[in-house]
Design a protein around this ligand. Sequence first.
Ligand code: SAM
Ligand code: SF4
Length: 346
Amino acid sequence: MPGPTLQLKPVQPLSSRKSENRRLSDKHGREIHYLRVSLTDACNLRCVYCMPEHMKFRPQSENISLAEYRRLLPLFHALGFDKFRFTGGEPTLHPQLTELIAETAALPGAPFVALTTNGMLLPKLARPLKTAGLRRVNISLDTLDPARFRQMSRRDGLDAVLRGLDAAEAAGLEIKLNAVTVRNFNEEDFVPLARFSLDRPWQVRFLEMMPFGNNEHFQNGQRVEEDSVKARIEAALGKLEPVGNGLDGEARVYRVPGAKGTVGFISPVSAPFCGDCNRARLTADGKLRLCLLKDDEVDLLTPLRKGADNAALENIVRAGIWEKPWGHELAFRRFSHNRGMSEIGG
Ligand code: SAM
Ligand code: SF4
């Protein structure tokens, strides 16, 4: 279901900071330069915290085509976006993922290109994606137990994901692991997952489950407190030491003493990081989504298909970014209703 259309205000001036003067700012003074691009709402898993079991996916004709991405992604880049993450749904299902990564990575200044994936198709794709210019892969892995994997994702696939991890490592990709923490589902896995950080230079991140209007009861009811995840890990592996200033983007980052990698906690509900948000999202059906957890969106694909030139599209993006909401309002039980996670991409 598409989101509400924003009433666009007059175009804001480009950020006046000299060193990064191409970047856009919103009206709260945040520089927005990181675009998360959801390539499809379709997926080969059906994770319980992400989508309903019998999810219907949009026809591909309603999604942005390769030719349209070739207009839009350079346009965002020209507006100062210098970090791009491809996500989904499951982005590795997109038939032109490799081309999209290669063309984005080859834009002037070599923007940082990352991918969030469930890892199932990485055994085949890790090497070509690395060659195309992919720098980092965030692989979602909630459990190391095949039965729990089936329970959480409603599909089999643990073996493929583990082979995907090996392939990503062999291809030389920077790796982060994402585990959503879900009460009565994967508490037994927190320590085994954290153990990956002991002898690998990976960041293993524990994600607090976020609520959306269509599944709020489950997502709020089964959320696990960050402190209890940390306590389990510390009881088994020793005291977690903060790394550097303790922050890496939205993650609070620690190290098990002596470990090669790190353990991160991302808790958007109990510890929001909206004040530091630098992101916008492009949904597969061509909407600029201004906050993960709010319905506000600006349509780009309709004007593009009606013949808008680049200057007009840039103005739509600028005006939309200016209106980026300050942050989510989960504390007031205000949830996003127009899309679930699989249609946004995280
Ligand atoms: N299919 C890919 C994957 O699973 O990595 C990319 C899309 S998925 C929506 C992006 C990330 O969002 C994944 O790490 C997933 O675990 C996480 N996620 C999905 N639903 C969530 C929720 N309700 N709360 C927190 N994280 C969630
Ligand atoms: Fe698919 Fe990723 Fe959602 Fe799981 S979290 S259902 S893998 S989109």
